[in-house]
Design a protein around this ligand. Structure first.
Ligand SMILES: [Zn+2]
Length: 211
C-alpha cells in the first residue's frame, strides 16, 4: 500500500477523514486541542470558512479582530484566528501555501449577478452553502459574518486595490488548524466558476481531524 502523504506530520491519531465533494457545504465540531487539516486535493480550490464557539455561537470568527491583532491582512503560519471576543479560536500551526485570505468574502447569487451578469443568478454560491449548513444548526442569515478563504489569493496592491487572481495553491497543499476552544466549523467548498478562485473548475477537498 502506498504511503498517504496527506497524513504526514499530524500531531496524533486521525479521528475523522472525509472528502467534501466539489460545491458542497460541510460542518463539524472540533474539540479543543484537536487539529483540523484541510487538503486542497487538486489545487486552487477556495475553501470558504466560518466558525463558532460550540457552546455559545454568539462568539464567532472575527476577521477584523484577527487582522488588527496581527497588524497584517494575510493569514499565515502562526496566525491566531480570533473571535469577536478577542479570544483565539484556532491557530494556523502549519501551511504549505504561503498565505490565505480573509477579506475577499463569500460569493453569493447577488454578488455574482452584479459582477458577472444576470445569467449567473441561478448558479450555486457559497452563501447558499453556509445557509444550508446553518439551517441544520438553528442559525440563519443573521449569523453570517466575514469569512476566511483558505487557498484563495487576494493580493492587495500599494494603492489598496485588491483582486481575486490566479491562486498560489497547488494539488496536495494543506493548512493545519489547532483548536484553542471547542469550535463548530462551517465551510463552503466554493462553487464559483466566473473567476479564477477555483481555477474555473470546482474540485473536492479533504478534511482530516487529528487528536
Ligand atoms: Zn464562493
Amino acid at each position: 500500500m502506498n504511503n498517504d502523504y496527506a497524513l504526514d506530520g499530524l500531531p496524533g491519531p486521525v479521528i475523522y477523514d472525509e472528502i467534501v465533494p466539489a460545491r458542497a457545504p460541510w460542518m463539524f465540531d472540533i474539540k479543543r486541542g484537536q487539529t483540523l487539516r484541510i487538503v486542497d486535493m487538486e489545487g486552487n480550490q477556495a475553501v470558504d470558512f466560518l466558525m463558532y464557539n460550540s457552546h455559545d455561537d454568539s462568539e464567532r470568527y472575527s476577521a477584523q479582530d484577527t487582522i488588527a491583532a496581527q497588524s497584517n491582512i494575510f493569514l499565515r503560519e502562526g496566525t491566531q484566528l480570533l473571535s469577536n471576543d478577542g479570544r483565539p479560536m484556532l491557530t494556523i500551526t502549519a501551511t504549505t501555501v504561503a498565505y490565505h485570505d480573509t477579506i475577499g468574502g463569500a460569493c453569493s447569487c447577488e454578488s455574482n449577478t452584479l459582477r458577472y451578469g444576470y445569467h449567473t443568478k441561478t448558479q450555486h454560491a457559497c452563501v447558499d452553502n453556509f445557509l444550508e449548513a446553518h439551517t441544520r444548526a438553528g442559525r440563519n442569515k443573521r449569523d453570517m459574518v466575514s469569512n476566511i478563504n483558505f487557498f484563495m489569493n487576494v493580493p492587495v496592491e500599494a494603492d489598496g486595490a485588491l483582486g481575486i487572481v490566479d491562486g498560489i495553491s497547488a494539488p496536495g497543499l494543506h493548512v493545519d488548524l489547532r483548536a484553542e476552544m471547542d469550535v463548530t466549523v462551517v465551510i463552503s467548498n466554493c462553487p464559483q466558476i466566473n473567476n479564477p478562485c477555483n481555477g474555473f473548475n470546482p474540485t473536492p477537498v479533504r478534511m482530516i481531524v487529528s487528536e
